[in-house]
Design a protein around this ligand. Structure first.
Ligand SMILES: [Zn+2]
Ligand SMILES: [Zn+2]
Length: 309
């Protein structure tokens, strides 16, 4: 056997060419590991249905009240965020945002896989009348087990495919939100906006423990490091934090990745941005929040999901 790139002799089981570093394995399905022959002409895996694609932007509109956008931003070469939205039984709304951990292997597949399996599991649980809190917990468990089935295509030393997740179930006047990592949920309304999730991040933990002020902690290079996530290396700590929020008035439930909130962390800043759009259509508001993050620098992938209530 030889390396397809530099023609150096390699062993059958080698993952990489020792001479030039070319991967010798990543040609079949990245998700289920099927052989290259399993990939059809349109790029779909005939075994598991996965299609590798470099997504610039994903837009989902359920109706005028529920929509979301995920955008690559300006600095990253691919989008490692993903989202899913659904309305079940006409009265229950589901929103999920995942942000692949960029230091892990295949973060873009991690985010998409976790989002899709969490969404499928959540919809099934809601249809079976499971309560929202336990539905979110089972959805996160389902997402974790499908993450554990993604083969690592880099090297054995890489962190396994990992992602943050924030998932919301809205029924009547209650929003139940579960999360791991630093993707956030906010309640946005005229005079009562607030952040609903607490980041699982180094910064948030040292500030909460009173070890440092917000300003001091922000100086640290590890300020934004997340302390909890969904991945095969964090199985023992994969139970999401959950809050039940009673919706107090009309307003918006906003889920987003750090690609948005880094530029507008305060609830009131996000409220002002939404107010400035002077639109009430969910997809229009999402697009304008994405534009705001891109104009602010677009350093990261940006994902926004919005439910108008
Ligand atoms: Zn080579
Ligand atoms: Zn496959």
């Amino acid at each position: 056997m030889e390396c397809p790139n530099c023609r150096t002799a390699v062993l059958v089981n080698d993952q990489f060419c020792e001479e030039c570093g070319t991967s010798l394995t990543a040609v079949g399905c990245e998700k289920c590991g099927a052989q290259p022959e399993a990939i059809d002409n349109e790029g779909f895996c005939s075994v598991c249905g996965f299609r590798k694609e470099v997504l610039e932007r994903l837009e989902i509109t359920i109706d005028s009240r529920l929509a979301g956008v995920s955008d690559r931003g300006l600095r990253h070469h691919r989008n490692e965020d993903y989202l899913a939205l659904q309305t079940v039984n006409n009265n229950t709304h589901i929103l999920i945002v995942c942000d692949g951990v960029s230091s892990s292997s295949n973060p873009h597949i991690a985010a998409q896989t976790a989002t899709e399996s969490a969404s499928t599991a959540l919809i099934a649980a809601i249809k079976q009348k499971e309560n929202p809190e336990s539905a979110i917990k089972s959805a996160v468990a389902a997402a974790l087990s499908s993450l554990c089935n993604i083969p690592c295509t880099k090297s054995i030393n890489d962190e396994p495919p990992s992602t943050t997740i924030v998932a919301a179930v809205v029924q009547q006047n209650t929003a139940t939100i579960g999360w791991l990592g630093d993707s956030r949920a906010y309640w946005i309304s005229d005079n009562n906006s607030r952040q609903l999730t607490k980041d699982d991040s180094w910064l948030s933990e040292v500030v909460a423990a009173g070890e440092m002020t917000q300003v001091q902690a922000k100086q640290s290079p590890q300020a934004n490091a997340i302390t909890r996530w969904l991945g095969a290396d964090a199985i023992d700590d994969a139970i999401p934090s959950i809050i039940n929020f009673t919706i107090p008035s009309s307003g918006y439930l906003l889920l987003c990745s750090d690609g948005l909130w880094n530029y507008a962390p305060q609830p009131q800043q996000l409220a002002n941005l939404i107010q400035q759009t002077s639109h009430t259509n969910a997809i229009t508001i999402c697009r304008s929040l994405i534009e705001f993050a891109r104009h602010s620098g677009g350093h990261d992938n940006i994902t926004v999901a919005l439910l108008s209530l």
